[in-house]
Write a protein that binds this ligand. Structure first.
Ligand SMILES: *[C@@H]1O[C@H](CO)[C@@H](O)[C@H](O)[C@H]1NC(C)=O
Ligand SMILES: *[C@@H]1O[C@H](CO)[C@@H](O)[C@H](O)[C@H]1NC(C)=O
Ligand SMILES: *[C@@H]1O[C@H](CO)[C@@H](O)[C@H](O)[C@H]1NC(C)=O
Ligand SMILES: *[C@@H]1O[C@H](CO)[C@@H](O)[C@H](O)[C@H]1NC(C)=O
Ligand SMILES: *[C@@H]1O[C@H](CO)[C@@H](O)[C@H](O)[C@H]1NC(C)=O
Ligand SMILES: *[C@@H]1O[C@H](CO)[C@@H](O)[C@H](O)[C@H]1NC(C)=O
Ligand SMILES: *[C@@H]1O[C@H](CO)[C@@H](O)[C@H](O)[C@H]1NC(C)=O
Length: 384
C-alpha cells in the first residue's frame, strides 16, 4: 500500500470517529423537554431509515409471544415488509448475543446462551443482511445490559454499519410485581405465600428503578428509543408485534399504519395475558393456609400433595370473584408518573392506583367452603 493511500484511510477513519463522537455525545440537560423529543425524532428519521431494531424486553412484558411471531413469520415479514429477522433459528436465539456479552462483563446471564461461537455467527448473519432493509433482533436478556455491554455490541463491525433503534416495553410497577410474585409462588409451591401487598410495598422502588435504569442505558447507547406501555397496548388492542413492525421499525402513520397493523395482527393472535387480580393471589395464600389446617383433620388429606398457582388458573379466578373485597388507593409511587413523564408515552386510561384485596375479616363459612374446593380430595370442608 503506498503512502498516499494510507493517509486517505487514516483521514477517513478520523472523520468517521468525529461523526460518531458527535452522534454519541452526551445528552443535554433538557433531556426531558419537548425540544429534545423533537430533535430526537429528526435524528431518528434522518439516520434510521433502515435501522437495526433491538427489542430489549424486559422479562414479563410479552417477549416470548413476540419472539414466536418473529420466528414463525420471518419469511412473511421479509416478503411483506422487507424486514429481516436476525436470529430466526429459534425464538430465543438472539440471547446468544445478549448472554455472551453479559458474561464477558460479569453481568447476570443465562449460561445456556453464553457461546461466543454462536454470537460470532449471528453477527455474521446480521452483516450479510441487506443494508437497505431494516433488521429486527429481540431478546429480553438485552435489558440486563449496561453501557459497557452496549459499547462492546456497537463496536462490532456488523453493528457499526447500521443505525441502532431500541424498543422497550414499560409495565406498570404493581402489575410487574404481581407477575413476579406469581412466578415466585409457582416455583415455591409448598410454602405459604406472603401477602402480596406486603411483598409489593417492600420492593416497590426496585421495580421503578429497574425500569428507569434500562431507559438510562438505552438512551446512552442509541439516539432512538421507543418505549411503549404494556397496559396501553393491551387496552388499545395492539400487539407488541404490530407496534415494533409498524410504529418502531417502519414508522407508518394514518391508513398505511392501519393496514400494516391489521396485517401483522392477523399473524399474531392477540394473546390476552392480563395480570391476575390481587384477589387471586389472596385466594392462593388462603388456600395454602386452609390446606395446612385441613391436613390435621383428615388422613386422606394428610397424604395428599398440593400445589396451586394463580397463573392462568381459571378455578382460582372463579373463586376470587366470589370473595368479599376491600379496595384502596395504592401509594403514589405506583402511579408510574416518573416514567410516563420522562418518555411522554401513551398511557393506559385505567386507574393504576386502585387495588382490591380479599377482605379477610368478612369471610364466612361459605367462603371457606368455596376455598376448600381448590384443595385435594379429603381436604374439603364438609361440616355445616
Ligand atoms: C433467517 O436467518 C438466516 C441466517 O440464519 C438468513 O440467511 C435469512 O435471511 C433469515 N430469514 C429471514 C426471512 O429473515
Ligand atoms: C457453541 O456453539 C458452537 C456453534 O454452534 C457449537 O459447535 C459448540 O458446541 C457450542 N459450545 C458450547 C459450549 O455449547
Ligand atoms: C412444585 O410442583 C411441581 C409439580 O407438581 C414439582 O415438580 C416441583 O418440584 C415443586 N416445587 C417445589 C419447590 O416443591
Ligand atoms: C378492544 O377490543 C375489545 C373487545 O373486542 C373492545 O370492546 C374494545 O372497544 C376495543 N378497544 C379499542 C380501543 O379498540
Ligand atoms: C403507532 O402509530 C400510530 C400511527 O401513527 C399511532 O396512532 C399509535 O398511537 C402508535 N402507537 C403507539 C403505542 O404509540
Ligand atoms: C408529571 O408531569 C405533570 C405535568 O407536567 C406534573 O404535574 C407531575 O407532577 C409530574 N409527575 C412526576 C412524578 O414527575
Ligand atoms: C376424609 O375425606 C375423605 C374423602 O373426602 C372422606 O371419605 C373421609 O370420610 C374423610 N375422613 C374424615 C376423618 O373426615
Amino acid at each position: 500500500m503506498d503512502r498516499r493511500a494510507r493517509v486517505y484511510i487514516c483521514l477517513a477513519a478520523v472523520a468517521t470517529m468525529l461523526v460518531t463522537a458527535i452522534m454519541l455525545s452526551p445528552r443535554d440537560s433538557f433531556c426531558e423537554s419537548l425540544q429534545w423529543q423533537e430533535r430526537k425524532k429528526k435524528l431518528r428519521l434522518s439516520r434510521c431509515k433502515f435501522p437495526l431494531v433491538v427489542h430489549v424486553g424486559p422479562h414479563k412484558t410479552g417477549t416470548t409471544s413476540f419472539q414466536t411471531f418473529l420466528w414463525k413469520h420471518a419469511q412473511w415479514l421479509q416478503k411483506e415488509h422487507g424486514i429481516f429477522v436476525a436470529a430466526n433459528k429459534s425464538q430465543k436465539e438472539a440471547a446468544y448475543i445478549a448472554s455472551t456479552i453479559s458474561k464477558q462483563y460479569g453481568g447476570t446471564y443465562n449460561p445456556k446462551y453464553a457461546n461466543s461461537t454462536r454470537m460470532a455467527e449471528l453477527f455474521q448473519v446480521i452483516d450479510s443482511m441487506p443494508r437497505n432493509s431494516p433488521v429486527i433482533l429481540s431478546s429480553e436478556e438485552f435489558s440486563r445490559w449496561k453501557t459497557a455491554e452496549w459499547n462492546y455490541f456497537k463496536s462490532q463491525s456488523a453493528i457499526q454499519k447500521r443505525c441502532l433503534s431500541m424498543v422497550v416495553t414499560y409495565r406498570q410497577v404493581w402489575s410487574f410485581q404481581a407477575s413476579i410474585w406469581n412466578q415466585h409462588n409457582k416455583m415455591n409451591n409448598q410454602t405459604l405465600p406472603k401477602p402480596f401487598l406486603i411483598t409489593a410495598l417492600r420492593e416497590k422502588n426496585h421495580y421503578t428503578d429497574f425500569q428507569l435504569k434500562i431507559l438510562d442505558a438505552l438512551e446512552l447507547a442509541s439516539d432512538s428509543v421507543d418505549a411503549v406501555s404494556y397496559e396501553y397496548l393491551h387496552e388499545a388492542n395492539c400487539s407488541l408485534a404490530s407496534f415494533v413492525v409498524c410504529n418502531a421499525t417502519k414508522r407508518l402513520e394514518g391508513t398505511e399504519w392501519e393496514s400494516c397493523k391489521m396485517g401483522v395482527d392477523l399473524h399474531v393472535p392477540l394473546s390476552i395475558n392480563p395480570s391476575e387480580p390481587p384477589t387471586a393471589f389472596d385466594v392462593v395464600r388462603l388456600a395454602y393456609g386452609l390446606y395446612t389446617r385441613q391436613k390435621a383433620l383428615n388422613s386422606t388429606c394428610r397424604r395428599s400433595q398440593f400445589t396451586l398457582a394463580t397463573y392462568h388458573n381459571l378455578a382460582v379466578s372463579r373463586v376470587a370473584e366470589q370473595m368479599p373485597t376491600q379496595c384502596g388507593q395504592l401509594p403514589d409511587e405506583y402511579v408510574d408518573e416518573l416514567y410516563y413523564n420522562r418518555t411522554g408515552i401513551l398511557r393506559p386510561s385505567g386507574s393504576a392506583s386502585k387495588i382490591c384485596f380479599i377482605d379477610e375479616g368478612s369471610l364466612k363459612l361459605k367462603h371457606w367452603k368455596l376455598l376448600s374446593t381448590l384443595l385435594p380430595q379429603g381436604c374439603q370442608i364438609t361440616t355445616e
